[in-house]
Design a protein around this ligand. Sequence first.
Ligand SMILES: [Zn+2]
Length: 345
Amino acid sequence: MPQQHLLPTTVVGSYPQPDWLVNRPMLSKSVPRVRMDIWRLPDELLEQAQDDATILAIRDLERAGIDIITDGEIRRESYSNRFATALEGIDLDKPGHVKARSGHRTPVPRVVGRIRRRGPVEVRDMKFLRANTDRLAKITLPGPFTMSQQAINEYYKDTDEMVMDYAVAVNAEAKDLVKAGADIIQLDEPWLRNDPDAAKRIAVKAINRALQGITVPTIVHLCFGYAALVPGETKPVGYSFLPELADSTAEQISIEAAQPKLDLGVLHDLAPKKVLLGVLDLGDPRVETANKVAERIRRGLKHVGAERLIPAPDCGMKYLPRKVAFGKLKALSEGAGIVRQELAG
Ligand SMILES: [Zn+2]
């Protein structure tokens, strides 16, 4: 494992997919919850193309100087649907629908039986990443609470029971991902704020179940939605469900902070967790300077010790032009370098 320095940089998960691989105009309209055919290649060439595009993403992350990388989630239509639609107990032929705040009807998995994991979903992805980088390697899974919110329940009498079955499925996958070489496992739980009452009741219990027995560092990621789809001025300036996460067994909490200009006082609530602090505003098409990133890191350091701070983008970078994403990540690693030197005196 490579030598770890203070303020190691990372990504949240996704990196832009090449235009030759996916239909970006189609992708830009919504975040798919069921399968969506965004792929520009025929089935027989798709895996090969996804493998090659994944190597491009890995190399970009390495060249940008990121310490803890992912595979860029190049094979996914969204952060959650690849895993969520692979489970037993859902009807994909006749999906259900949820109404977004915009009034837009989004098709979602319809739960018609007990949620169970059929077999490995992301294990080949993890092995591929492990075989193609020496950096610390992280892989993400959709969190059990978020998946339960992105589904229509027509089977369980008690929805909390459904959340816990999702947690068991995530846990089985996470254990296999560790065996496949994952150094870090992250659960994406952006929908925690979708139903605050249910979140208070069951989210921490479900997250802990999903992470049970995982021997590598674990992260829970929270955010207010992709900058490409949720404008900054409509984002809340605080999280309704953050202090609660300090009670979870996750070692680290990942939060969006740059775009919504989050009051960083909330970081005190997260002690003793490590914090992946969002210091790249993905709603701003301009590439931040390294100094701007350094300034945001320093602001974070007023509330959390350097040994607990991990600079990161606000969220996944899937919706950005690749050039912009690369520039921002380079600024991230250079900005962290500036502050690292200051700390070394
Ligand atoms: Zn996010």
